[in-house]
Design a protein around this ligand. Structure first.
Ligand SMILES: [Zn+2]
Ligand SMILES: [Zn+2]
Length: 807
């Protein structure tokens, strides 16, 4: 029997700890269970991550003992634990906290073993001739239907052992299943009435006959339905139950999911020859049951979703499971309804809009193996499946796969790791693959599969670039003409502007005053609807002043436009057009997003104005024109990925045009008409963009040609944050000299691009490494050294690993 357990405590502590297992727990404590352990004078929950015969060398002889065992069944299986360990090492994040990330948040989970009688068990009991104690216990289990193992042992103290119960399971008398329960959120049950059959011993009343007949027809009905159909049926139901003609049971129901898309039937389409060729390759990977990573580079509208669906079908046929990641579930209603149409209820949806109970229900359905597909935003990568056969990452280039708080993982990178550990097939799909994924494909780490054509041979839209230096105002003649024509032709148009609000900021032309957020280093945006100035980072808001508070001038004016202003200007220009707007201000209510899309789909919007929300994969055949108001917004963002992001946004938004019979048209307005991001997007030339951007990254030694970790220091005091950053810099350079001669480079420390955010001051230090191994080793060493230095100074060290992951 193993005597020592290694525990990851659920606290922000890097190290794991060892405890002695008390005699009574030996044999029942398994890896993946939670334990209560003494920790610095407190009792804390931890996860058992390894069992050992002896304490490891260097660990004190006198180990503390585990206080309590909190699970009867491991919550996390060894595979998931291995995954979490990898994450903890790679992202330099405490293992206990990583494990917690994979569980439903804020829940008080409890795992148990549940007993019930099998058919054989019932027959044995009916026949009689069992030992008296066995009969007594089986009868007791039968009485409850389902009962926790613990409870049976409590009812019959000393008369039955766990091992006996397990031996009865082996004999097929009882069934033992693992169950996970929440102390606060309970599974939801509803009463159902089930038909049992047989002849009534006594004559039945008219009402009883009617009810019985109805239940017989349906075999099983919800009691709530029954009571809607028959007036006060409870007495009749009681007597039917007493006569053994029906049974009344509690049946678990899954809480309804928010935003459930309407079920639409999508007939299984014929495959194009390109799709067929690609699927053949993917099937080889699936059948090999080995890690098989693919990057599908398919232009917008080329039919990637159908490939995902067929590959998943094949994996399910093998008896394995599927994880599907999408950037943001509410933004992909069409994809969702196609999955629902194909797989029905065998699908669990995981997204940020779920309430606590809903989230717990979904997690539990996966954990118990009741569904085989988990579809969701980034956190679905933690879905507790045990036999993952395929992981799909749709729109793999999307920045929203990166979690920016706490554990800063990138879900696409984790998909690679999990698929590799589980020997699964990996499908990354995009019309504009990320530079790092394409680089991986170039290096032969991913198989590259291409879908160069739109379904039905529809051509890609024609894109025109307008130099705004030669135009007056914010709308070029080109866009105005195109909108006018589309209104006349009863076609729909999209206008993309990645900035919400009315004016970008407010300026006093007399004294030059602008309004800054007191918490963040950004200017406040003017919103017309409530006449306010708002910060889009921390939600600070004040009423907009009438006159300049500094010089009392009357000429305050808005500079730069946002979607609110654009909508207003367009509707002044085309009063006959029906307008719609989609941005964070118009979609804050639940389902408002779907409502806007529905209006667009049913032809009730002529012109839809929106932020990047309109970029996502919707397929509206009547949208024939897309206008990009300013391609420059993302181009000037202080980030080395800004060119890549611009190219992706432009290509994706342009891809919305011309999905139907009519050729699509796109106009891009910019002050940088010669920038390669814009020119390559105009030509739908991903490869050309990739080559040019690669040269730039290579020249500056940026990812994917190097690896990057950002050490960010965040504190309440500007002075102390800066001092800590300088100290970190010194420490890093000293470590560099001592231990790492080559292959590591330190940039900074310096104030972060947004030096103040939500009231906190931010400094950063970038560390570049030639190889991931070297960089992570250095970062780990530095983090541990520095952790001791900052304790109690109100400064947080935030480590952010750049999402360049190369196998
Ligand atoms: Zn002024
Ligand atoms: Zn702010």
């Amino acid at each position: 029997m193993r005597e020592i357990v290694e525990v990851a405590v659920g606290l922000p502590v890097f190290k794991t700890f060892h405890y002695r297992i008390p005699e009574k727990m030996r044999g029942s404590l398994q890896i993946g269970m939670r334990v209560l352990v003494p920790f610095k004078g407190r009792k804390v929950t931890g996860f058992a991550i390894d069992l050992l015969d002896h304490p490891p060398k260097g660990v004190e002889e006198k180990l503390l003992e585990v206080e309590d065992l909190l699970d009867e069944v491991p919550l996390i299986d060894p595979q998931m634990l291995r995954f979490c360990r990898w994450i903890s090492n790679y992202y330099l994040y405490p293992l206990g906290e990583v494990v917690k990330t994979g569980l439903p948040p804020g829940l008080q989970l409890k795992s148990e073993l549940i007993l019930s009688l099998t058919q054989d068990g019932m027959e044995c009991l009916a026949k009689g001739g069992l030992e008296s104690i066995q009969e007594k216990i089986l009868n007791n289990i039968a009485k409850y239907g389902k009962v926790p193992l613990k409870k049976i042992i409590k009812i019959f103290p000393g008369e039955v052992l766990r091992s006996q119960l397990f031996s009865w399971e082996k004999k097929g008398l009882i069934h033992i299943e693992a169950e996970v329960e929440d102390k606060e959120v309970k599974p939801k049950f509803e009463k159902v009435v089930q038909y049992r059959g047989g002849e009534p011993a006594k004559p039945l009343s008219k009402k009883q006959i009617e009810i019985l007949k109805w239940v017989e027809e349906k075999r099983e009905v919800f009691y709530s339905e029954l009571s809607k159909r028959f007036k006060s049926p409870s007495k009749a139901v009681q007597s039917l139950k007493a006569a053994g003609l029906i049974a009344v049971l509690d049946r678990e129901v899954i809480r309804d999911l928010s935003g459930r898309p309407e079920l639409k039937s999508y007939p299984k389409p014929e495959l194009t020859s390109y799709q067929e060729a690609i699927l053949r390759e993917i099937m080889k990977g699936i059948h090999s049951k080995r890690f098989s990573p693919f990057l599908i580079h398919g232009v917008t509208g080329s039919g990637k979703t159908e490939i995902y669906l067929r590959a998943i079908e094949e994996v399910l046929n093998q008896g394995r499971e599927a994880i599907v990641l999408v950037p943001e579930i509410s933004l992909t209603p069409q994809l969702l309804s196609r999955f629902k149409g194909r797989f029905g209820e065998n699908l669990s949806l995981l997204h940020s809009g779920l309430g606590r109970g809903e989230r717990y229900d979904q997690w539990r359905r996966i954990w118990k193996g009741e569904v085989k597909i988990a579809l969701g935003a980034r956190s679905a990568i933690f879905a507790p499946f045990k036999k993952v056969g395929i992981i799909v990452v749709d729109e793999e280039h999307e920045p929203s796969y990166k979690q920016e708080e706490k554990l800063k993982y990138h879900a696409r990178d984790l998909a690679v790791v999990r698929a590799k550990q589980d020997e699964a097939t990996l499908l990354l799909g995009s019309a504009t693959p990320s530079l790092e994924s394409f680089y991986n494909a170039e290096k032969g780490k991913f198989r590259l599969l291409r879908l160069p054509e739109r379904i039905g041979g529809k051509p890609l839209p024609q894109v025109e670039v307008v130099d705004m230096k030669r135009e007056g105002g914010m709308l070029s003649e080109k866009i105005k003409a195109a909108l006018k024509k589309n209104i006349e032709d009863k076609k729909q148009s999209l206008l993309f502007l990645n900035r919400r609000g009315y004016a970008n900021f407010i300026l006093c032309p007399d004294c030059g005053l602008t309004f800054k957020c007191p918490n963040c280093s950004v200017t406040l945006t003017y919103h017309l609807r409530d006449h306010s100035l708002q910060c889009h980072y921390c939600d600070y808001r004040i009423p907009a002043p009438g006159d300049c508070p500094q010089c009392q001038g009357h000429r305050l004016q808005g500079v730069g436009i946002g979607t609110e202003r654009l909508e207003k200007d367009i509707s002044n220009l085309f009063p006959e057009a029906r307008m719609g707007r989609m941005d964070r201000d118009t979609t804050s209510r639940r389902r408002s997003h779907q409502q806007i899309l529905k209006r667009l789909e049913s032809g009730n919007i002529d012109i839809l104005v929106g932020t990047q929300m309109i970029v996502k994969g919707h397929d509206f055949p009547n949208v024939t024109f897309v206008g990009v108001i300013s391609a420059d917004t993302s181009l000037h963002f202080p980030d080395f990925r800004s060119s890549e992001r611009t190219f992706q946004l432009l290509t994706q938004v342009a891809g919305r045009a011309g999905r139907g019979e009519v050729l699509g048209e796109v106009v891009i307005q910019t002050y940088n008409p010669d920038h390669y991001s814009i020119l390559k997007a105009k030509d739908h030339d991903f490869i050309g963009f990739y080559q040019e951007e690669s040269q730039f990254r290579k020249a500056l030694d940026y990812p994917p040609f190097s690896r990057l970790i950002n050490f960010r220091l965040i504190g309440n005091s500007e002075k102390r944050t800066k001092a800590a950053a300088e100290e970190l810099g010194k420490m890093g350079r000293a470590l560099l000299q001592r231990r790492y001669r080559k292959g590591i480079e330190i940039l900074g420390p310096s104030a972060a691009p947004f030096a103040k955010m939500k009231g906190k001051f931010r400094w950063q230090m970038l560390v570049k490494g030639k190889t991931s191994q070297l960089l992570h080793q250095f970062a780990q060493e530095l983090a541990l050294l520095f952790e001791g230095q900052t304790r109690g100074r109100g400064i947080n060290l935030d480590i952010d690993v750049d999402p360049v992951f190369i196998l």
